[in-house]
Design a protein around this ligand. Structure first.
Ligand code: PLP
Length: 345
């Protein structure tokens, strides 16, 4: 059966065109910087984000970790959102591998970190204190609803960082979704940050890979650390070719995913037992709860829906995130709404 897979945008398989460019990619040994396709992808990524330089990494998690390792020393403190991917879902890499300590402050409902909370969490110079070195933002903020952070907000956080001699890193796994949703150039969202990580392997459909961008000095150091972590890859132009196609052809179509997410949310709002978050979706993610008196659990719904050809990620018994992406077409939208209807009756 062909499944409509709403679990995540990480499930996106490469398109036939993507497989073709991968098969035909010109390659070399990228540790020697000999792979022309990787070099092209890195130049393209730096240009799109408006930064000096970029490095191709196997995953978003490695990209974020490299950024933290470049910006911080062991014992330093990193200001992060308490609902951020870096804090919750990267296996504690910053502490385990970098000897850093997270200073987690609340993510507001709109995904931001409150200016007062950031300011209050910056350590004063004292022999007892760790040194605050870095602020991390996430754009779009996943757990808060796939919410886009604005360029103005990011600019203000950038100013706080500069005034306090801190760096600013953006986990921009889905920063192109944010740019498209706000109709701004992604460069504006990236401009206040010293470094940005973004993923090719989510809504941009590549099978593997993320990019980390920043100054040339920053990226040179990240390249050294990537090697240390075992992330120096050889003829990886085969994968980078997909990344080029992601940047050239996939960023421009993300609005379709956002539009389909809206239609799914509208459909689900008509179904008794489902309470879609009031302001959802902001981008390609729909968040909802099962009503208190629903007679079935999310796991039971997931099982029924699987039989109907729709996959959902029922980790929580009441709350659910659905994600639209390249492989969810108009028919998939209708099929999803109807599968929910059947599973709840
Ligand atoms: C916001 C965010 N940051 C970082 C990552 C890490 O990306 P990867 O799965 O490629 O390690 C993810 C993955 O889902 C994510 O959602």
């Amino acid at each position: 059966m062909e499944f409509v897979d709403l679990r995540s945008d990480t499930v996106t398989k490469p398109t036939p065109e993507m497989r073709e460019v991968m098969a035909e990619a010109e390659v070399g040994d990228d540790v020697y910087r000999d792979d022309p396709t990787v070099n092209k992808l890195e130049a393209l990524a730096a240009d799109k984000l408006g930064k000096e330089s970029a490095i191709f990494v196997p995953s978003g998690t490695m990209g974020n970790l490299l950024a933290l390792l470049v910006h911080c020393q062991r014992g330093d403190e990193v200001i992060v959102g308490d609902k951020s991917h870096i804090y919750l879902n990267e296996a504690g890499g910053m502490s385990a591998l970098g000897g850093m300590q997270p200073c987690a402050i609340p993510n507001q409902k709109d995904g931001t970190l409150a200016f007062d909370d950031i300011l209050a969490s910056i350590r004063t110079e004292d022999v007892h204190h760790p040194i605050t070195r870095l602020i991390c933002l996430e754009n779009t903020q996943n757990i808060c609803g796939g919410v886009p952070l604005t360029a103005e907000y990011t600019q203000q956080v950038g100013e706080i960082a500069r005034k306090n001699n801190l760096s600013l890193h953006i986990d921009g796994a889905r920063i192109f979704n944010s740019a498209v949703a706000q109709n701004v150039d992604v460069k504006e969202l990236a401009a206040p940050a010293d470094s940005v990580m973004f993923c090719l392997s989510k809504g941009l459909v590549s099978p593997i890979g993320s990019m980390l961008v920043g100054t040339e000095k920053f990226v040179n150091r990240a390249r050294h650390l990537r090697k240390m972590l075992g992330g120096g890859m050889r003829q990886v132009g085969i994968v980078a070719a997909a990344g080029i196609l992601s940047l050239e052809k996939m960023t421009g179509r993300l609005a379709e995913d956002h539009e389909r997410a809206k239609r799914i949310a509208e459909g689900l709002r008509q179904i008794k037992g489902i309470i879609v978050d009031e302001d959802s979706p902001h981008t390609n993610m729909i968040f909802l709860n099962l009503s208190e008196n629903a007679s079935v659990t999310m796991q039971q719904i997931a099982e029924s829906m699987k039989e109907l050809g729709v996959l959902i990620d029922a980790e929580d018994s009441r709350r659910l995130r659905l994600v639209t992406h390249y492989w969810i077409d108009d028919e998939g939208v209708e099929k999803s709404i109807s599968a929910f209807e059947k599973a709840l009756t």
